[in-house]
Design a protein around this ligand. Structure first.
Ligand code: WT7
Length: 645
């Protein structure tokens, strides 16, 4: 594949950074022998972590692998909320801060482990009272407020899988996901703050709820205190329900393989897939990576800046941090409100020790300038993390120098919604890092760069990033669509194809380049070009549309859409706006194309297949690849001229 050739051309960074001595002295794990030990007996390796958690009944078998279906900790019974809460309130962490929350306007809330435990128990009882039973799905459409983790943990406590939908998604996106999960209850809020404005979340939730017959009841959190429509008999205020809820709710004894949650993510088709995660293996996976990659110490304040609506927030704001008993910081809003130093102000204010963010944010910080972080005391930081897309070496170096003051290791963590846990990352007390490389698979994880037949390719060669054996937090299926699940493993039976292209260098370091399928990554948000295309064709002016990703200095990737207009429509700036708004309405504002180009036709092969490779070249305004296989090669020149290059 041509894409794989591009990967080989990628320059490999030669600078290396060894873990600072003061860090190594206190690191949770410093023995490189652990890699070999885990390779020899991966099941024992994972079982050792599992043993540090509490099980109502021990497992009989660590792994049962009938490709492509895996079961972890077979026969074990446990509850994740019990492990995240009850386990800690029995001991010295009872009055330790579990969640420190900062709202956009500067209001704050701190919940100790005991307080969080109390709220979760009460809300679990509220859910039961509203008729939610074990196995029922609950849709959660909440902003970044403490009620979001409370609702998730309450669902986990009673065994009701949650389906969290990112609060900036549109009502249509919520509707589509809820139609698929058939959630019975929806939890939302009266609104939230974003850049000084109030977002009208309840109204969006109402539109979706009206279109989803499965939704019987709606619980509404008062975040803003604004007047919102409340439907009698269907809608209830969170605080009123909580007022007389009993203080204790017995945790459900969940099977290790019982569903914990569904999280929708974009695939290569227009329909998002409901990634299913289960209980035992997921908990073990996020617990292990939390401890070793983020090197958590009892006194740490851990801040992952992702939104809980994405898997990063599920695993490393909620379940991972609480499983290890650390303090997880949650911030409601964006990095640059009211000023570009909001994040650094928060780091200083709460003395954050471990900071985990996305390359797109780091690139924005480099643009804003060093004066913003330099206004603040960042000396509490001891470890930095990156996630969501490849981090370019310049951004890595800036992060290292300006934020980490050259004394904090950086963990560039590669993983996916599907993997549930970090799979490729440095171990900060062991790994010599190279800026831009996620370095090595976590112990017990076997990753490889392979060709299309699953054979490892030599160092320096581009290939497909694949995972060669099951891992505990892996997805178990796609909700209601096992065939789509099996596709991950079908290319070569028993091998998981990630959809990413990558290469290894001579030292065995992994360099992950990004998706090689029709999934793109805009500011760390995963989108399917097909979803955007089907949103565009919903507009009467559009006959056909093709969207591709192009590189963008801040967002990583941005969208360019090529659109064929219906007869009677004329291109105009107003129509461009209308089409962009259409996409925002169907998916959400993050999916708006940066560029819309009206074309007489699309470059197609003789069999009518759109040649995306050529559209990508056009979007990047670079020299075009081979166009001889096109039905009408002239069309490409026409488009190119129109784009003025
Ligand atoms: C895709 C998964 C997992 C949390 C957030 C994204 C890209 C993720 C890295 C990294 C290079 C990365 C991959 C992957 N990606 N982390 N450290 N280096 N690429 O989850 O929305 O499921 O997206 O994000 O392309 O396949 P997601």
């Amino acid at each position: 594949m041509e894409e794989l050739k591009d990967i080989e051309a990628l320059l490999v960074e030669e600078r290396t950074f060894t873990p600072p001595e003061e860090f190594v002295e206190r690191a949770n794990i410093t023995d490189p022998g652990i890699y070999e030990e885990a390779r020899r007996d991966p099941e024992r390796f994972w079982a050792n972590f599992a043993q540090e958690l509490e099980w109502f009944r021990p497992w009989k078998k660590v792994l049962e692998w009938n490709p492509p279906y895996a079961k972890w900790f077979v026969g074990g019974k446990l509850n994740i909320s019990y492990n995240c809460l009850d386990r800690h309130v029995k001991g010295p962490r009872k009055n330790k801060a579990a969640i420190i929350w900062e709202g956009e306007p500067g209001d704050t809330r701190t919940l100790t482990y005991f307080e969080l435990y109390r709220e979760v128990n009460k809300f679990a009882n509220v859910l039961k009272k509203l008729g939610v039973k074990k196995g029922d799905r609950v849709a959660i459409y909440l902003p970044m407020i403490p009620e979001l983790p409370i609702a998730m943990l309450a669902c986990a406590r009673i065994g009701a899988p949650h389906s969290v939908v990112f609060s900036a998604f549109s009502s249509k996106a919520l509707q589509e996901r809820t139609e698929d999960s058939k959630a019975k209850l929806l939890i939302t809020a009266d609104g939230y703050y974003r850049g000084g404005k109030v977002e009208q979340l309840k109204e969006r939730a109402d539109e979706a709820a009206a279109a989803c017959p499965s939704i019987e009841k709606v619980v509404v959190v008062k975040r803003i205190g604004r007047e919102v429509p409340m439907q009698k008999g269907r809608d209830f205020w969170w605080d009123e329900l909580m007022r007389d809820a009993p203080a204790y709710c017995e945790p459900e004894q969940m099977d290790s393989e019982d569903m914990l949650y569904i999280l929708y993510t974009s695939g290569t088709t227009g329909k998002p897939k409901g990634v299913v995660h289960t209980t035992g293996g997921y908990l073990v996976g996020v617990y292990a990576t939390m401890k070793w990659i983020f090197d958590i110490k009892e006194e740490d304040t851990f801040w992952c800046t992702a939104d809980i609506g994405w898997v990063t927030g599920h695993s490393y704001i909620v379940y991972g941090p609480l499983a290890v008993g650390t303090t997880s910081l949650i911030y409601e809003s964006v990095p640059n409100y009211p000023q570009p130093d909001r994040f650094w102000e928060i780091v200083e204010k709460y003395s954050v020790n471990i900071f985990y963010t996305a390359p797109t944010a780091i690139r924005a910080f480099t643009r804003d300038g060093e004066e913003w972080p330099n206004k603040h005391d960042l000396s509490s930081l001891r470890l930095l993390g990156s996630v969501g897309e490849p981090i370019n070496p310049e951004a890595w170096m800036w992060y290292h120098r300006v934020i980490g003051k050259e004394r904090c290791p950086i963990v560039d963590t590669w993983w996916q919604t599907e993997t549930g846990m970090i799979l490729i990352s440095p171990l900060p007390g062991i790994t010599r890092t190279k800026p831009g490389s996620a370095t090595f698979p976590f112990p017990g994880v076997e990753a490889e760069i392979v060709d299309k037949d699953g054979r490892p390719v030599p160092p320096g060669r581009g290939g497909y990033l694949a995972i060669m054996r099951p891992w505990p937090a892996m997805l178990r299926t796609i909700y209601g669509d096992p065939a789509r699940y099996e596709k991950y493993w079908n290319q070569v039976p028993g091998i998981y194809f990630t959809g990413d292209g990558a290469k290894k260098d001579e030292d065995g370091y992994f360099w992950i380049v990004g998706r090689i399928d029709d999934v793109i990554n805009v500011s760390g948000h995963r989108l399917s070009t097909m979803e955007v295309e089907s949103a565009l064709v919903e507009h009467p002016a559009v006959v056909e549309a093709a969207a591709v990703g192009k590189s963008h200095p801040l967002k990583g990737q941005a969208l360019t859409a090529f659109v064929i207009l219906a007869p009677g429509y004329e291109e105009s700036p107003a129509l461009v706006q209308e089409l962009r708004n259409k996409v925002a309405e169907v998916i959400g504002p993050i999916a708006k194309p940066d560029e819309i180009i009206f074309v007489p036709d699309l470059p197609k092969t003789r069999s009518g297949k759109i040649m995306r490779r050529i559209l990508k070249d056009l979007a990047e305004r670079r020299e075009l690849g081979d166009t001889t296989t096109l039905r009408d090669p002239a069309i490409v020149d026409e488009i190119r001229k129109k784009m003025g290059y």
